[in-house]
Ligand binder design. Structure first.
Ligand SMILES: [Zn+2]
Ligand SMILES: [Zn+2]
Length: 339
């Protein structure tokens, strides 16, 4: 089978044997795999978590057809469309027992520790797959990380009904946050800080108060929307969280979801103390988050197909990565379709 490998700053299409199917695993024929920021970080040679090493076989946003299941009581069946949850948990640590998959002490990540779905075939624990019949594969792939991670960040933001939420950055993840927030609570009041004019127009058309650029964003959005109960940052800009903190009510929550190696400059500690601001990191998601966004998509309350702005063949994975890096106007998400 063909697969993509990332090593020393280059992505290469390779040919190799089909993946084995160990006990309790299933092998999936990949129908769609999203390209996300983590893949770009791999291409830049990011420091890998313990247990992972270059070359890496990327792809952690995967939807496909189950081809083989090894195990009698697997939760998925052969011939079924499934979405892979990107974390394989140990199932035994304290976090796992609480259902906090993203905090598992011995987690393995698809497309990082283990070969990912930017390939024709992928093997993964069957218990970390959920049926997704009825959802078009390209959009279904984006539920795996973009939507489930957005859902997880929203859970950490813990909004009350009718609350005010501001999102920093409206690329793949920020867009998902805005749409899922609205799907979960039609009365939520939404603001966003974005970079490009095209993104501003797209987001404003959904009834979101938009400010372009970080400079003056807090002052402008406070004037139009009032202070926010929570701010979720998926902008990837180190200076964004400080601006986000300035948007918050007393007791408000700043949820940090960007993958950034730089240090954050959040401003005076006294502002956080006297205003009782909370800062929390949001990382990936749990299987329950993925189940929740699959349910929203099946009920027609969320359309992940809207986020697919570019579709490419597996042989063009390099071009897909370049698109994700350059983010041309109108870009939301690039999806690779190996078939
Ligand atoms: Zn991702
Ligand atoms: Zn665990």
């Amino acid at each position: 089978m063909r697969y993509v490998e990332i090593d020393a700053g280059a992505a290469t299409l390779r040919d190799g044997p089909d993946p084995d199917v160990p006990p309790d695993f299933a092998r999936v024929r990949v129908l769609a795999c999203g390209i996300c920021g983590t893949d770009l970080h791999l291409l830049r040679g990011m420091v890998l978590p313990p247990g992972a090493a270059y070359p890496v076989r990327p792809g952690h946003e995967v939807a496909g057809m189950v081809e083989r299941v090894n195990g009698a009581d697997a939760p998925v069946r052969e011939g079924e469309l499934v979405i892979l949850h990107p974390i394989a948990t140990c199932g035994r640590c304290a976090a796992c027992r609480r259902g906090e998959d993203s905090r598992c002490e011995r987690q393995r990540l698809l497309g990082l520790h283990d070969p990912g779905g930017l390939a024709e075939l992928v093997a993964w624990p069957a218990a970390r797959m959920l049926p997704a019949g009825g959802i078009a594969p390209a959009g279904a792939a984006l539920l795996a990380d973009a939507a489930a991670t957005a859902h997880h960040a929203l859970a950490l933001a813990a909004l009350a009904p009718g609350a005010t939420l501001c999102v920093l950055g409206a690329g793949g993840l920020g867009t998902s946050v805005l749409e899922i927030a609205r799907a979960l609570d039609p009365t939520v009041r939404l603001g966003a800080v974005v970079r490009s004019e095209a993104t501003a127009a797209r987001v404003a058309a959904d009834g979101v108060e938009v400010h372009r650029g970080l400079a003056g964003a807090a002052r402008a959005l406070r004037g139009r929307l009032g202070r926010a109960d929570a701010v979720i940052d998926f902008s990837g800009a180190a200076a964004a969280p400080a601006e986000g903190a300035a948007l918050l009510h007393r007791g408000g929550r700043l949820v940090l979801g960007s993958v950034l190696d730089e240090s954050l400059e959040l401003g005076a500690a006294a502002a956080f103390m006297t205003r009782e601001l909370q800062v929390v990191g949001a990382y990936c998601s749990s299987l329950a988050d993925l189940a929740a966004v699959i349910a929203l998509a099946r009920e027609g309350r969320l359309d992940p197909g809207r986020w697919v702005s570019h579709r490419l063949a597996l042989a063009d994975a390099g071009a897909a990565l370049a698109l994700a890096r350059e983010r041309p106007a109108g870009m939301i998400r690039a999806v690779v379709e190996p078939e």
